[in-house]
Unconditional design. Structure first.
Length: 214
């Protein structure tokens, strides 16, 4: 897997130039928000986990919401567009429908796992936070045409894609299967034993069956 797409948000954050206390607050908030939820995490808990005082947190962030925004804004405004460009450039130009689906499922699932903390926070906040939702809607408005051209276009070139499915339905089928499995593994049943490779193979087969002519 190429470095650009597999680098995690946590690694990116650790490399940014910022005061030690600010970085400690953001890394601890990243972990606790993903485990306990935004509403279930206090600034006192973040400070204790980070080994800093609450005063240090409020030195860099006026409110807990400002701390959340400091985590999510770089992901939405800068990192997701960069990751998007790398991802789209790597989609195989000429491949069978099965090969393309295999690439999409494995690549995107690895991306979710490597960025699980910020992904879990983001998925929650996009449903409940108007500011986060607005930022994501802007990103998707820019991204949707690119995804349709690259992903749907590649699947069409295989000659095996169903003619009666609009692009949105195809992308929704792929994303829906992946996100459902990610939430199952990371939120609903995090301690359950699973053979992820076998599970992903099944997901690939389900997607291919849903969007293939035969």
């Amino acid at each position: 897997m190429r470095d650009e797409i597999s680098a995690s948000y946590r690694d990116w954050l650790a490399e940014q130039e910022m005061p030690k206390g600010k970085r400690a607050a953001m890394l601890s908030a990243l972990e606790l928000f993903s485990k306990q939820g935004y509403d279930g995490t206090s600034t006192m808990a973040i400070a204790k986990h980070a080994g800093i005082s609450q005063a240090t947190i409020f030195k860099y962030f006026k409110t807990k919401n400002d701390l959340l925004a400091a985590i999510l804004k770089p992901m939405i405004n800068h990192l997701l567009p960069e990751y998007r460009e790398d991802f789209l450039a790597e989609i195989p130009a000429m491949a069978t429908l099965q090969e393309t689906v295999h690439f999409l499922v494995r690549d995107r699932y690895e991306f979710l796992i490597k960025n699980r903390e910020v992904a879990l926070i983001f998925l929650t906040q996009v449903m409940t936070n108007a500011d986060t939702r607005a930022m994501f809607q802007k990103f998707m408005a820019e991204t949707a045409p690119m995804f349709i051209n690259a992903i749907y276009g590649t699947l069409q070139k295989s000659g095996s894609l169903r003619d009666d499915l609009p692009p949105a339905a195809v992308l929704r089928t792929i994303a829906g299967q992946l996100l459902s499995y990610f939430i199952q593994r990371q939120v609903l049943m995090p301690d359950a034993k699973a053979d992820e490779d076998a599970d992903l193979q099944l997901i690939e087969a389900l997607i291919v069956r849903a969007i293939s002519k035969t």
